[in-house]
Design a protein around this ligand. Structure first.
Ligand SMILES: NC(=O)C1=CN([C@@H]2O[C@H](COP(=O)(O)OP(=O)(O)OC[C@H]3O[C@@H](n4cnc5c(N)ncnc54)[C@H](OP(=O)(O)O)[C@@H]3O)[C@@H](O)[C@H]2O)C=CC1
Ligand SMILES: CC(=O)N[C@@H](CCC(=O)OP(=O)(O)O)C(=O)O
Length: 337
Protein backbone atom coordinates (compact mmCIF):
# COMPACT_ATOMS: atom_id res chain seq x y z
CA UNK A 1 0.00 0.00 0.00
CA UNK A 2 1.29 3.48 -0.87
CA UNK A 3 -0.34 6.50 0.74
CA UNK A 4 0.09 9.97 -0.63
CA UNK A 5 0.73 12.53 2.06
CA UNK A 6 0.93 16.33 2.23
CA UNK A 7 2.62 18.47 4.89
CA UNK A 8 1.44 21.99 5.70
CA UNK A 9 4.10 23.90 7.59
CA UNK A 10 6.93 22.06 5.83
CA UNK A 11 9.42 24.88 6.44
CA UNK A 12 9.02 24.65 10.23
CA UNK A 13 10.60 22.39 12.83
CA UNK A 14 7.68 19.98 13.19
CA UNK A 15 7.16 19.88 9.42
CA UNK A 16 10.85 19.17 8.87
CA UNK A 17 10.84 16.32 11.36
CA UNK A 18 7.68 14.89 9.79
CA UNK A 19 9.42 14.86 6.42
CA UNK A 20 12.59 13.32 7.83
CA UNK A 21 10.53 10.46 9.24
CA UNK A 22 8.26 10.13 6.21
CA UNK A 23 11.26 9.90 3.85
CA UNK A 24 12.11 6.66 5.68
CA UNK A 25 8.55 5.32 5.67
CA UNK A 26 8.13 2.48 3.17
CA UNK A 27 4.42 3.09 2.48
CA UNK A 28 4.47 6.83 1.88
CA UNK A 29 4.75 9.01 -1.20
CA UNK A 30 5.39 12.67 -0.39
CA UNK A 31 3.06 15.07 -2.22
CA UNK A 32 2.35 18.74 -1.57
CA UNK A 33 4.56 20.71 0.82
CA UNK A 34 3.25 24.09 1.91
CA UNK A 35 4.25 27.05 4.09
CA UNK A 36 3.16 30.56 5.03
CA UNK A 37 5.35 33.53 4.09
CA UNK A 38 8.00 31.18 2.73
CA UNK A 39 5.69 29.77 0.06
CA UNK A 40 7.43 29.95 -3.30
CA UNK A 41 10.88 29.18 -1.89
CA UNK A 42 12.71 25.83 -2.15
CA UNK A 43 12.52 23.43 0.78
CA UNK A 44 16.34 23.27 0.74
CA UNK A 45 16.45 26.84 2.05
CA UNK A 46 14.66 25.73 5.24
CA UNK A 47 15.46 22.03 5.63
CA UNK A 48 18.98 21.51 4.29
CA UNK A 49 19.11 18.07 5.92
CA UNK A 50 16.28 16.75 3.69
CA UNK A 51 18.31 16.36 0.48
CA UNK A 52 15.88 14.04 -1.36
CA UNK A 53 13.35 16.88 -1.26
CA UNK A 54 15.80 19.72 -1.85
CA UNK A 55 14.28 20.85 -5.15
CA UNK A 56 10.70 20.93 -3.94
CA UNK A 57 9.12 24.38 -4.00
CA UNK A 58 6.83 25.18 -1.08
CA UNK A 59 3.24 25.93 -2.04
CA UNK A 60 0.75 28.16 -0.32
CA UNK A 61 -1.17 26.59 2.54
CA UNK A 62 -4.60 26.32 0.96
CA UNK A 63 -7.17 23.54 1.07
CA UNK A 64 -6.83 23.30 -2.73
CA UNK A 65 -3.12 22.53 -2.52
CA UNK A 66 -3.63 20.01 0.28
CA UNK A 67 -6.63 18.24 -1.30
CA UNK A 68 -6.22 14.96 -3.18
CA UNK A 69 -3.93 13.35 -0.62
CA UNK A 70 -4.72 10.34 1.59
CA UNK A 71 -3.14 11.99 4.62
CA UNK A 72 -2.63 15.68 5.41
CA UNK A 73 -0.30 16.64 8.25
CA UNK A 74 -0.87 20.14 9.65
CA UNK A 75 2.25 21.55 11.33
CA UNK A 76 0.97 25.11 11.56
CA UNK A 77 0.60 27.64 14.35
CA UNK A 78 -2.55 27.27 16.42
CA UNK A 79 -5.77 28.47 14.89
CA UNK A 80 -5.33 27.29 11.30
CA UNK A 81 -6.43 23.69 11.26
CA UNK A 82 -10.23 23.78 11.59
CA UNK A 83 -10.82 25.82 8.45
CA UNK A 84 -8.48 23.68 6.35
CA UNK A 85 -9.82 20.38 7.73
CA UNK A 86 -13.40 21.44 7.02
CA UNK A 87 -12.51 21.80 3.36
CA UNK A 88 -10.79 18.42 3.06
CA UNK A 89 -12.91 15.32 2.45
CA UNK A 90 -14.06 13.32 5.45
CA UNK A 91 -12.12 10.34 4.10
CA UNK A 92 -8.87 12.30 4.21
CA UNK A 93 -6.89 11.50 7.31
CA UNK A 94 -6.00 14.88 8.85
CA UNK A 95 -3.35 14.87 11.58
CA UNK A 96 -2.95 18.18 13.39
CA UNK A 97 0.27 18.83 15.29
CA UNK A 98 -1.17 22.03 16.76
CA UNK A 99 -3.30 22.51 19.85
CA UNK A 100 -6.61 23.41 18.20
CA UNK A 101 -8.41 20.11 18.78
CA UNK A 102 -6.72 18.70 21.87
CA UNK A 103 -8.88 20.12 24.65
CA UNK A 104 -12.35 18.65 25.10
CA UNK A 105 -13.58 21.41 27.40
CA UNK A 106 -14.69 24.56 25.60
CA UNK A 107 -14.22 26.71 28.70
CA UNK A 108 -10.65 25.46 29.10
CA UNK A 109 -9.95 26.31 25.45
CA UNK A 110 -11.31 29.82 25.86
CA UNK A 111 -9.36 30.38 29.06
CA UNK A 112 -6.01 29.15 27.76
CA UNK A 113 -6.09 29.98 24.06
CA UNK A 114 -8.96 32.41 23.55
CA UNK A 115 -11.36 32.57 20.64
CA UNK A 116 -13.84 29.98 19.47
CA UNK A 117 -13.26 26.33 20.34
CA UNK A 118 -12.91 24.34 17.11
CA UNK A 119 -14.05 21.10 18.80
CA UNK A 120 -11.96 18.17 19.95
CA UNK A 121 -10.52 15.37 17.80
CA UNK A 122 -9.33 11.92 18.89
CA UNK A 123 -6.21 12.49 20.97
CA UNK A 124 -3.05 11.05 19.49
CA UNK A 125 -1.46 9.35 22.46
CA UNK A 126 -2.05 5.63 21.82
CA UNK A 127 -0.34 4.57 25.05
CA UNK A 128 -3.12 6.07 27.18
CA UNK A 129 -5.67 3.43 28.24
CA UNK A 130 -8.20 2.71 25.49
CA UNK A 131 -6.78 5.34 23.14
CA UNK A 132 -5.23 2.97 20.61
CA UNK A 133 -8.66 1.61 19.71
CA UNK A 134 -10.03 5.12 19.22
CA UNK A 135 -7.21 6.02 16.84
CA UNK A 136 -7.59 3.00 14.58
CA UNK A 137 -10.87 4.35 13.21
CA UNK A 138 -10.09 8.07 13.38
CA UNK A 139 -9.99 10.37 10.35
CA UNK A 140 -9.08 13.46 12.37
CA UNK A 141 -6.33 13.25 15.01
CA UNK A 142 -4.99 15.86 17.43
CA UNK A 143 -1.33 15.22 18.18
CA UNK A 144 -0.53 16.02 21.84
CA UNK A 145 1.73 18.84 22.97
CA UNK A 146 5.28 17.76 23.74
CA UNK A 147 5.15 18.41 27.50
CA UNK A 148 1.76 16.67 27.88
CA UNK A 149 3.12 13.61 26.04
CA UNK A 150 6.06 13.07 28.34
CA UNK A 151 4.34 13.98 31.60
CA UNK A 152 1.15 12.04 30.89
CA UNK A 153 3.11 8.90 30.04
CA UNK A 154 5.26 9.40 33.13
CA UNK A 155 2.34 9.61 35.53
CA UNK A 156 -0.58 7.71 33.97
CA UNK A 157 0.29 4.20 35.20
CA UNK A 158 0.34 5.32 38.85
CA UNK A 159 -2.27 8.05 38.82
CA UNK A 160 -4.72 5.91 40.78
CA UNK A 161 -2.06 5.24 43.44
CA UNK A 162 -1.32 8.88 44.36
CA UNK A 163 -3.00 11.92 45.83
CA UNK A 164 -4.72 13.71 42.92
CA UNK A 165 -2.24 16.56 42.93
CA UNK A 166 0.91 16.11 40.85
CA UNK A 167 3.99 18.19 40.12
CA UNK A 168 5.79 18.30 36.77
CA UNK A 169 9.01 20.22 36.16
CA UNK A 170 10.17 19.75 32.59
CA UNK A 171 13.30 21.05 30.89
CA UNK A 172 13.00 21.55 27.14
CA UNK A 173 15.25 22.34 24.20
CA UNK A 174 14.53 25.44 22.15
CA UNK A 175 13.03 23.74 19.07
CA UNK A 176 9.90 23.26 21.17
CA UNK A 177 9.25 26.95 20.63
CA UNK A 178 9.28 26.68 16.83
CA UNK A 179 11.41 28.53 14.30
CA UNK A 180 9.94 32.00 14.43
CA UNK A 181 12.22 34.75 15.68
CA UNK A 182 11.86 35.60 19.35
CA UNK A 183 14.35 37.58 21.46
CA UNK A 184 14.33 35.03 24.30
CA UNK A 185 15.42 32.35 21.82
CA UNK A 186 18.49 34.22 20.56
CA UNK A 187 21.69 32.26 21.00
CA UNK A 188 23.09 34.91 23.32
CA UNK A 189 20.06 34.58 25.61
CA UNK A 190 19.87 30.79 25.62
CA UNK A 191 23.48 29.64 25.55
CA UNK A 192 24.85 28.88 28.98
CA UNK A 193 21.55 29.67 30.70
CA UNK A 194 18.45 27.90 31.99
CA UNK A 195 15.21 29.83 32.43
CA UNK A 196 11.84 28.88 33.85
CA UNK A 197 8.79 30.29 32.09
CA UNK A 198 5.03 29.98 32.37
CA UNK A 199 5.60 29.65 36.13
CA UNK A 200 2.72 29.43 38.59
CA UNK A 201 0.28 27.39 36.51
CA UNK A 202 0.49 29.83 33.61
CA UNK A 203 1.52 27.48 30.80
CA UNK A 204 -1.17 26.38 28.33
CA UNK A 205 -0.10 22.75 28.60
CA UNK A 206 -1.39 22.64 32.18
CA UNK A 207 -5.01 21.98 31.10
CA UNK A 208 -3.89 19.37 28.58
CA UNK A 209 -1.90 17.40 31.17
CA UNK A 210 -4.81 17.82 33.60
CA UNK A 211 -7.27 16.52 31.01
CA UNK A 212 -5.16 13.42 30.30
CA UNK A 213 -4.46 12.47 33.89
CA UNK A 214 -8.01 13.18 35.08
CA UNK A 215 -9.39 10.96 32.33
CA UNK A 216 -7.09 8.08 33.25
CA UNK A 217 -7.75 8.54 36.98
CA UNK A 218 -11.50 8.88 36.56
CA UNK A 219 -11.47 11.89 38.93
CA UNK A 220 -10.13 15.44 38.95
CA UNK A 221 -6.36 15.63 39.10
CA UNK A 222 -4.62 18.94 39.83
CA UNK A 223 -1.36 19.64 38.03
CA UNK A 224 1.46 22.00 39.01
CA UNK A 225 3.53 22.37 35.84
CA UNK A 226 6.74 24.36 35.42
CA UNK A 227 8.59 24.38 32.10
CA UNK A 228 12.25 25.33 31.84
CA UNK A 229 14.07 26.37 28.67
CA UNK A 230 17.52 24.81 28.22
CA UNK A 231 20.37 25.47 25.78
CA UNK A 232 19.66 22.37 23.69
CA UNK A 233 18.16 22.16 20.20
CA UNK A 234 15.96 19.18 21.08
CA UNK A 235 14.79 17.06 23.97
CA UNK A 236 12.66 17.22 27.10
CA UNK A 237 13.51 15.82 30.52
CA UNK A 238 10.51 15.81 32.83
CA UNK A 239 10.62 15.14 36.56
CA UNK A 240 7.12 14.22 37.73
CA UNK A 241 6.09 13.51 41.29
CA UNK A 242 3.08 12.89 43.50
CA UNK A 243 2.41 11.63 47.03
CA UNK A 244 1.59 7.94 47.18
CA UNK A 245 -1.49 6.91 49.13
CA UNK A 246 -0.25 3.38 49.88
CA UNK A 247 2.84 1.21 49.65
CA UNK A 248 2.30 -0.34 46.25
CA UNK A 249 5.21 -1.74 44.26
CA UNK A 250 5.23 1.09 41.75
CA UNK A 251 8.02 -0.38 39.67
CA UNK A 252 5.90 -3.48 39.08
CA UNK A 253 3.00 -1.23 38.08
CA UNK A 254 5.12 0.54 35.44
CA UNK A 255 6.66 -2.71 34.21
CA UNK A 256 3.18 -4.09 33.62
CA UNK A 257 1.77 -0.91 32.08
CA UNK A 258 4.48 -0.56 29.47
CA UNK A 259 5.56 -4.19 28.93
CA UNK A 260 4.05 -4.34 25.45
CA UNK A 261 4.51 -0.73 24.40
CA UNK A 262 6.97 -0.43 21.51
CA UNK A 263 8.02 3.13 22.29
CA UNK A 264 7.82 3.51 26.08
CA UNK A 265 10.78 2.00 27.89
CA UNK A 266 11.17 1.65 31.63
CA UNK A 267 14.93 1.60 32.13
CA UNK A 268 16.59 -1.03 34.33
CA UNK A 269 16.94 0.02 37.96
CA UNK A 270 19.79 2.42 38.57
CA UNK A 271 19.70 3.91 35.04
CA UNK A 272 18.21 7.37 34.56
CA UNK A 273 16.82 8.83 31.35
CA UNK A 274 18.77 11.42 29.38
CA UNK A 275 17.60 13.56 26.48
CA UNK A 276 20.74 12.52 24.59
CA UNK A 277 19.58 8.91 24.47
CA UNK A 278 16.29 9.67 22.70
CA UNK A 279 17.42 12.21 20.12
CA UNK A 280 15.84 11.47 16.75
CA UNK A 281 14.08 8.42 18.19
CA UNK A 282 10.43 7.83 18.93
CA UNK A 283 11.24 6.39 22.34
CA UNK A 284 10.19 7.66 25.73
CA UNK A 285 12.65 6.54 28.39
CA UNK A 286 11.39 6.38 31.98
CA UNK A 287 12.72 5.64 35.43
CA UNK A 288 10.61 5.44 38.55
CA UNK A 289 11.42 5.52 42.25
CA UNK A 290 9.89 6.37 45.63
CA UNK A 291 11.32 9.02 47.92
CA UNK A 292 10.88 7.12 51.21
CA UNK A 293 10.96 10.18 53.48
CA UNK A 294 7.93 11.70 51.74
CA UNK A 295 6.37 8.48 50.36
CA UNK A 296 6.49 10.37 47.09
CA UNK A 297 6.50 8.81 43.64
CA UNK A 298 9.19 10.32 41.42
CA UNK A 299 9.26 9.56 37.70
CA UNK A 300 11.88 10.96 35.34
CA UNK A 301 11.12 10.75 31.63
CA UNK A 302 12.97 11.80 28.48
CA UNK A 303 11.58 12.38 25.01
CA UNK A 304 12.61 14.10 21.81
CA UNK A 305 10.07 16.92 21.55
CA UNK A 306 10.15 16.81 17.75
CA UNK A 307 9.95 12.99 17.49
CA UNK A 308 7.62 11.29 19.99
CA UNK A 309 6.77 14.80 21.18
CA UNK A 310 5.28 15.77 17.77
CA UNK A 311 6.22 14.28 14.40
CA UNK A 312 6.92 10.74 15.57
CA UNK A 313 3.59 10.66 17.37
CA UNK A 314 1.92 11.96 14.21
CA UNK A 315 3.43 9.15 12.12
CA UNK A 316 2.56 6.58 14.81
CA UNK A 317 -1.05 7.81 14.69
CA UNK A 318 -1.09 7.70 10.90
CA UNK A 319 0.07 4.07 11.00
CA UNK A 320 -2.69 3.17 13.45
CA UNK A 321 -5.41 4.98 11.52
CA UNK A 322 -4.35 3.37 8.23
CA UNK A 323 -4.08 -0.14 9.67
CA UNK A 324 -0.31 -0.25 9.15
CA UNK A 325 1.99 -1.78 11.77
CA UNK A 326 2.22 0.96 14.42
CA UNK A 327 6.01 1.14 14.38
CA UNK A 328 6.45 1.47 10.60
CA UNK A 329 9.00 4.14 9.75
CA UNK A 330 9.73 4.82 13.43
CA UNK A 331 12.75 3.85 15.46
CA UNK A 332 13.70 3.65 19.10
CA UNK A 333 17.34 4.11 18.13
CA UNK A 334 18.72 7.52 19.06
CA UNK A 335 21.64 9.60 17.82
CA UNK A 336 24.50 9.80 20.29
CA UNK A 337 26.63 11.48 21.48
N1 LIG B 1 8.22 22.29 17.97
C1 LIG B 1 7.74 21.35 18.77
O1 LIG B 1 8.49 20.69 19.51
C2 LIG B 1 6.29 21.08 18.78
C3 LIG B 1 5.40 21.75 17.97
N2 LIG B 1 4.06 21.47 18.02
C4 LIG B 1 3.11 22.21 17.20
O2 LIG B 1 3.37 22.01 15.82
C5 LIG B 1 3.00 23.17 15.09
C6 LIG B 1 4.22 23.65 14.29
O3 LIG B 1 5.24 23.99 15.22
P1 LIG B 1 6.73 24.29 14.79
O4 LIG B 1 7.10 23.51 13.59
O5 LIG B 1 7.54 24.17 16.01
O6 LIG B 1 6.62 25.81 14.35
P2 LIG B 1 7.53 26.61 13.32
O7 LIG B 1 7.38 28.04 13.66
O8 LIG B 1 8.89 26.04 13.28
O9 LIG B 1 6.83 26.34 11.91
C7 LIG B 1 5.58 26.86 11.60
C8 LIG B 1 5.19 26.48 10.18
O10 LIG B 1 3.90 27.03 9.89
C9 LIG B 1 4.01 27.91 8.77
N3 LIG B 1 3.12 29.04 8.98
C10 LIG B 1 3.25 30.05 9.89
N4 LIG B 1 2.23 30.92 9.79
C11 LIG B 1 1.44 30.46 8.79
C12 LIG B 1 0.25 30.92 8.18
N5 LIG B 1 -0.35 32.04 8.61
N6 LIG B 1 -0.30 30.21 7.19
C13 LIG B 1 0.30 29.09 6.74
N7 LIG B 1 1.46 28.60 7.25
C14 LIG B 1 2.01 29.27 8.27
C15 LIG B 1 5.45 28.34 8.71
O11 LIG B 1 5.74 28.73 7.39
P3 LIG B 1 6.77 29.92 7.06
O12 LIG B 1 8.13 29.34 7.19
O13 LIG B 1 6.41 30.27 5.68
O14 LIG B 1 6.49 31.02 8.05
C16 LIG B 1 6.14 27.04 9.12
O15 LIG B 1 6.20 26.16 8.04
C17 LIG B 1 2.53 24.22 16.12
O16 LIG B 1 1.14 24.17 16.24
C18 LIG B 1 3.19 23.72 17.39
O17 LIG B 1 2.52 24.16 18.51
C19 LIG B 1 3.58 20.47 18.83
C20 LIG B 1 4.42 19.76 19.65
C21 LIG B 1 5.83 20.06 19.73
C1 LIG C 1 10.36 25.26 24.59
C2 LIG C 1 8.99 25.73 24.22
O1 LIG C 1 8.75 26.91 24.04
N1 LIG C 1 8.04 24.79 24.08
C3 LIG C 1 6.69 25.09 23.72
C4 LIG C 1 5.84 23.84 23.68
C5 LIG C 1 5.67 23.31 22.29
C6 LIG C 1 4.53 22.34 22.07
O2 LIG C 1 4.38 21.28 22.59
O3 LIG C 1 3.67 22.70 21.22
P1 LIG C 1 2.18 23.21 21.20
O4 LIG C 1 2.35 24.67 21.05
O5 LIG C 1 1.66 22.57 19.97
O6 LIG C 1 1.37 22.86 22.36
C7 LIG C 1 6.05 26.08 24.68
O7 LIG C 1 6.35 26.07 25.85
O8 LIG C 1 5.15 26.78 24.24
Amino acid sequence: MTVRIAVAGASGYAGGELLRLLLGHPDVEIGALTAGGNAGTPLLAHQPHLLPLADRILGETTAENLAGHDVVFLALPHGHSAEIAARLGEDTLVIDCGADHRLTDEAAWTRWYGGAHAGSWPYGLPELPGQRDVLTTARRIAVPGCYPTVSSLALAPAIHLVEPEVTVVAVSGTSGAGKSLKPNLLGSEVMGSLSAYGVGGAHRHTPEITQNLSKVAGRDVKVSFTPVLAPLPRGILATCSATLTGDDDVRAVYEKAYADEPFVHLLPEGHWPTTGAVLGSNAVQLQVTVDPDLNRLVVVAAVDNLAKGTAGAAVQCMNLALGLPETTGLSTVGVAP
